[in-house]
Write a protein that binds this ligand. Structure first.
Ligand code: C2E
Ligand code: MG
Ligand code: MG
Ligand code: MG
Length: 288
């Protein structure tokens, strides 16, 4: 996966590297002030239950509005912020902003917040989450934290203890981008995780690859057996949705049902249209 390979991977003789390094330095310099200058914003993408056809939560996705360069993708600045430690302050802002928005603009809906492995490894991470909950007044059961498999492997025992402490606060835990890391399926039973988000790469390949299909089916089967919620991320087509529902996914997130939008666009979300799309997918015949 290019996205994951890209991180921390440098090719020494790649042409154009100077330009890339230059671009990176420029981003890094501006990133140092972006938080104080109020250049970050959160967009929200709905996650929809197949059973109820309703939005069950919104994922908060950070956006950086650079004064000259326009919008910079999180894929371009989160890795830099992780390397220079800025992610701690930015991540804390994201967490608080997401909790605050959930109570106001999202009308008390559940919110999912991405947590960087660097944040998770920080010594007082649980305290920071507890403080964000207390200060914003969010009902902790309305907050889900998305972590990645990597943090489970890093330090197995600490991860287990941390997740248990977070669960005691009342929040739920999702494993994001599931299947792209190096953990085994055995990890699913060992950690107090509520939700699995199957990575988009599998969803995308499913229609043309029996292997991808089998992987999704297996993850969903095991996760369901363990009582977890199975979310498919990056669902773009009706065909994908139909297959996913059939093999045991319980929730969808993706452009088919809604792109990430700024809070100002939340009231315009057409809930009836979303329900109808899910309805239509389920009514489609299955081709095997
Ligand atoms: P992610 O957490 O797996 O988020 C899903 C990404 O897929 C988002 O990209 C979303 O806009 C995109 N997406 C959703 N549905 C579809 C679809 O149907 N098709 C396609 N092609 N893409 C879809 P985004 O917002 O650019 O974020 C990229 C990644 O950056 C996120 O992946 C996450 O790893 C990271 N990120 C985003 N926001 C935050 C944040 O607040 N904190 C941290 N630590 N990381 C974040
Ligand atoms: Mg996520
Ligand atoms: Mg994801
Ligand atoms: Mg992903």
């Amino acid at each position: 996966h290019a996205k994951h390979m890209g991180r921390n991977t440098y090719c020494l003789y790649e042409p154009g590297m100077d330009a890339q390094l230059e671009k990176r330095r420029a981003i890094e310099g501006d990133l140092a002030e972006a938080l104080e200058r109020g250049q970050f914003d959160l967009h929200f993408q709905p996650r929809v239950s197949i059973a109820t056809r309703r939005i069950v939560s919104y994922e908060a996705l950070v956006r950086w509005h650079h004064p000259e360069k326009g919008m910079i993708s999180p894929a371009d600045f989160i890795p830099i912020a992780e390397q220079n430690g800025k992610i701690i302050a930015i991540g804390e802002w994201i967490l608080r902003e997401a909790c605050r928005r959930a109570r106001s603009e999202l009308g008390g809906a559940r919110v999912s917040v991405n947590v960087s492995p660097v944040q998770f490894r920080q010594r007082n991470f649980v305290e920071a989450v507890g403080a964000a909950i207390a200060d914003t007044g969010i009902d902790p059961t309305m907050l889900e934290l998305e972590i990645t498999e990597g943090v489970l492997i890093d330090d197995d025992r600490r991860a287990h203890r941390l997740l248990s402490e977070l669960k005691r606060l009342g929040v739920t835990i999702a494993l994001d981008d599931f299947g792209t890391g190096y953990s085994s399926l055995g990890y699913l039973g060992r950690f107090p995780v509520d939700t699995i988000k199957i990575d988009r790469s599998f969803i995308r390949d499913m229609a043309k690859s029996d292997t991808a299909m089998t992987i999704v089916r297996t993850i969903a089967g095991l996760g369901n057996g363990l009582g977890m919620t199975i979310v498919a991320e990056g669902v773009e087509t009706m065909d994908e949705a139909r297959l996913l529902a059939n093999i045991g996914c319980s929730e969808f997130q993706g452009y088919l049902l809604g792109r990430p939008v700024p809070v100002s666009a939340i009231p315009d979300i057409d809930h009836a249209a979303i329900a109808q799309t899910v309805e239509q997918c389920l009514a489609m015949p299955l081709e095997e």
